[in-house]
Design a protein around this ligand. Structure first.
Ligand code: DHB
Ligand code: MG
Length: 218
């Protein structure tokens, strides 16, 4: 589902409010140059992530799903000096592109890219200092498991954001698509968990019809 006006409004918002941010055009060029999928968050959504990290005052950020590091850079820019971000990426080729982009953005000393299946990486993070902010944007099939791990790695007051919770509206017909079913299961987990206070917002724009779920750990 897409209407041309959604893109026009998105472009208007981007150039009026976001202006890419330093280095962001280079990140998008690196995605195209590497033949990677154009599934990064929209600039408006990236800046929302930065603002949410800032509002939370998050010093420890966890990202599940790095791709080329576009959202990683927005998240890292929201942290105060001394902040640390851990990001999980399955594919070494994507992690290499992301590392170059993060270094070019001057954030290499604050960001730690972990290559491998995120569930394996997350298991190694147990017992460390808790995270203040978690962004989940990887394979949708593991969303419920990522939420459970996020709960294990945070404490009350932490913020959890999940991308792609509308998935072109296919969440209304979970039988049509296993990812839609997994996204719906994650939303239902968020709604039912006594440890989470959650909502979701729909977005329409350059990424079609989609949205973010946002939750606070109780
Ligand atoms: C896809 C994944 C994403 O995280 C996204 O934001 C958009 C699309 C995908 O796998 O198609
Ligand atoms: Mg996404």
């Amino acid at each position: 589902v897409s209407r041309p006006e959604w893109n026009e409004v998105e472009e208007y918002l981007s150039r009026t409010l976001v202006r890419g941010g330093p280095g962001m055009d280079a990140v998008l060029e690196s995605i195209d140059a590497a033949g990677m999928p154009r599934i990064e968050v929209a600039p408006t959504a990236g800046k929302l992530l930065m603002l949410l990290v800032q509002i939370r005052g998050a010093r420890r950020v966890l990202e599940i799903g790095t791709l080329a590091g576009f959202s990683t850079i927005w998240l890292a820019r929201g942290m105060p000096d001394g902040g640390r971000l851990t990001t999980c990426e399955f594919l070494p080729e994507h992690a290499a592109v992301a590392q170059r982009n993060i270094d070019a953005a001057g954030l290499g000393d604050r960001v730690d890219i972990r290559v491998g299946a995120a569930l394996d990486t997350l298991a190694t993070l147990d017992g460390g200092e808790p995270y203040d902010f978690v962004f989940i944007d990887a394979d949708k099939s593991n969303n419920v498991e990522y939420l459970k791990r996020a709960l294990a790695l945070t404490r009350p007051g932490a913020v959890i954001v999940m991308d792609n919770v509308i998935w072109e509206g296919t969440i209304l017909d979970p039988a049509s698509d296993p990812d839609a079913a997994a996204i719906r299961a994650a939303l239902e987990f968020m709604g039912a968990s006594p440890q989470l206070e959650a909502t979701a917002i729909q977005t329409a724009g350059s990424k079609g019809w989609d949205g973010f779920a946002i939750a606070v750990v109780k």
